[in-house]
Design a protein. Structure first.
Length: 147
């Protein structure tokens, strides 16, 4: 089965509790269950992880390259300023793997600082603004691109 790392950045472990008006009321634990199900529907083994630690995500992106896993990533606030994460994400796509950037909200409809993504330029594509459905669409996009 094709492997996919679904990586989540800071504060996303607080889904369901954190600003439900922006991020919805579904918990992170439920996202983990849903993502595994969406993966199963497309024969993708989806490994869902979350950390508040920038270096951990950088290391997971290195792992994706070394184990040949495609990536779905919600870099959360790191989206807007982490050049280290951009450089690690670039290694994923330069190695021929797919990397889909995901956002639950639509950052372009929010504060100005959220309008910049340092990740988008090295991503295969970006999906934003569809709530947790953004992750479901990302799994679908990967499955379509790999078919
Ligand atoms: C987010 C948008 C970011 O601006 C924010 O810092 C997040 C979540 C989203 O999924 O909408 O933590 O990536």
């Amino acid at each position: 089965m094709t492997s996919v790392l679904l990586l989540n950045g800071p504060n996303l472990g607080r889904l369901g509790v954190r600003e439900p008006d922006v991020y919805g009321s579904t918990s992170y634990a439920e996202l983990v269950r849903l993502a595994a199900r969406w993966g199963d529907e497309h024969d993708l083994a989806v490994d869902v992880r979350q950390t508040d630690d920038e270096s951990e995500i950088v290391h997971w992106l290195h792992e994706a390259v070394d184990t040949r896993a495609h990536v779905i990533i919600n870099p959360a606030a790191f989206t807007h300023y982490s050049y280290a994460m951009r450089d690690a994400a670039a290694q994923v796509t330069k190695s021929g793997l797919l990397l889909v950037e995901v956002h639950i909200s639509n950052p372009h409809a929010r504060e100005t600082f959220r309008h910049t993504s340092v990740i988008s330029g090295v991503a295969t594509g970006t999906i934003a603004g569809f709530g947790l459905g953004s992750y479901r669409l990302a799994v679908q996009a990967l499955a379509d691109a790999l078919a």
